[in-house]
Design a protein around this ligand. Structure first.
Ligand SMILES: [Zn+2]
Length: 398
């Protein structure tokens, strides 16, 4: 089994001094210079960019590896711009507005202190907190880079080599507004996420209750409550994603996602829906939960399948047992006339996704998809958990 390098990062607060702030500002200017030069010369690859920009950055009096990192940061910005253009958007000329400092060279961690180089053998020391220290004590980890931002956070990026887990099955992840259903024909776990909906609605009503007609104050208040909402929902999603990945690792199964990006199109303005309904549906963190599960799964060596729209057509309309079309009767309950059975809609979707995922897994292994079709004799039991009550026992630190 081949090993792959996976990356993760950890954040902690810090207080920059004047010299560091000056360095961050210089870095920002270098990045903007690179972006400008690249756009003028229509260059976007790292190689072209380094050739063009490096000589022009000579008038900056900083250590050379910051110049390289500025170029590579600019290349990243340009790559994102290219992606947006490809998607049919018309992005403005990218411009870094906040000072920042990124480097994968020249820094070191000594005695639990991150030493950020400032040139002339001078360093800016950031003492690491207990949480970061605890993470970085793992000898299999390799520290890759650091990023300083003006929001007074330093993030340290680290990597490790993982061997992919040999999977014996696939489980489907059905993302819904109020729950996340994960499972296959053997067992299904349903995580209740209705608290996240509640938090979003509550935040909206709080923000709505402020009547003062002043843009600056309104912006301040909205961003404050927005941050609170984000961190509260984030906590919930972190717990769920962690549990999903742990379960998958234990059962040695891969995780299959469906592509539901198009779902946002259903809740646009002018679709004849109410404001409140659209706000609720557009506040659904469907991409965030996927992002969390994906990076956590990669870190643990659990395989991820991203199924295309074509592959997952009709996952909530087919009976997972007889593969016949189901007539939807109730809102969240489906009735199969062939099997004469009522089934939970989310359960059906998760099981169908796992079947499609299995077909993908089989074809990646060179097996015929039909032979791998999940034969469902009896319906799996749904285990329901309240996501807000998920807790993890911490390892004793001693
Ligand atoms: Zn059926």
């Amino acid at each position: 089994m081949s090993a792959v390098t996976v990356v993760k990062c950890v954040k902690q607060p810090y207080l920059p001094n004047e010299k560091t702030l000056a360095m961050m500002e210089t870095f920002r200017q270098m990045v903007n210079d690179c972006v400008r030069i690249a756009l003028q010369n229509n260059a976007s690859t790292m190689k072209k960019l380094s050739k063009l920009c490096y000589p022009l950055l000579a008038n900056y009096d900083v250590v050379s590896y910051y110049k390289l990192c500025a170029i590579s940061h600019a290349a990243g910005i340009l790559a994102n711009r290219k992606k947006s253009i490809k998607r049919g958007l018309q992005p403005r000329q990218p411009y870094a507005t906040r000072p920042l400092l990124i480097s994968c060279y020249g820094f070191k961690i000594e005695n639990d202190v991150l030493k950020v180089p400032l040139g002339d053998r001078q360093y800016f020391d950031i003492p690491l907190n207990a949480y970061v220290k605890n993470i970085l004590t793992d000898p299999s980890l390799q520290v890759r880079s650091f990023t300083l931002t003006t929001s007074n956070t330093v993030s340290i990026c680290y990597s490790k080599e993982v061997a992919e887990i040999e999977c014996t099955g696939v489980e489907g992840v059905d993302r819904n507004l109020r729950n996340l259903t994960v499972g296959n024909n053997k067992n299904v776990m349903q995580y209740d996420l209705s608290k996240a909906v509640g938090i979003a609605e509550n935040t909206r009503s709080i923000v709505k209750s402020f009547k003062r007609n002043d843009v600056r104050i309104r912006k301040k208040i909205t961003s404050k409550y927005g941050r609170r909402r984000k961190s509260r929902i984030g906590q919930l999603l972190h717990h769920v994603s962690k549990a999903v990945v742990q379960e998958a690792k234990q059962n040695k199964v891969a995780i299959a996602f469906e592509d539901i990006r198009h779902i946002r199109r259903l809740y646009q303005r002018g679709n004849g829906q109410g404001k409140n309904y659209r706000s609720k549906m557009n506040g659904w963190s469907l991409a965030e939960i996927k992002r969390l599960i994906t990076y956590k799964a990669e870190w643990e060596g659990v395989r991820i399948f991203q199924l295309s729209i074509k592959e997952t057509r009709g996952t909530s309309q087919l009976c997972p047992r007889c593969r016949k079309k189901i007539t939807q009767v109730d809102r969240r309950q489906l009735y199969c006339a062939e099997c004469k059975k009522w089934m939970d809609r989310d359960l059906v979707a998760a099981m169908n996704l796992s079947i499609r995922g299995l077909a993908r897994f089989a074809s990646s292994q060179g097996l015929a998809g039909e032979a791998m079709r999940g034969n469902v004799e009896k319906e799996p039991l749904i285990l329901r958990v309240d996501a807000s009550k998920l807790t993890f026992r911490r390892k004793p630190t001693s």
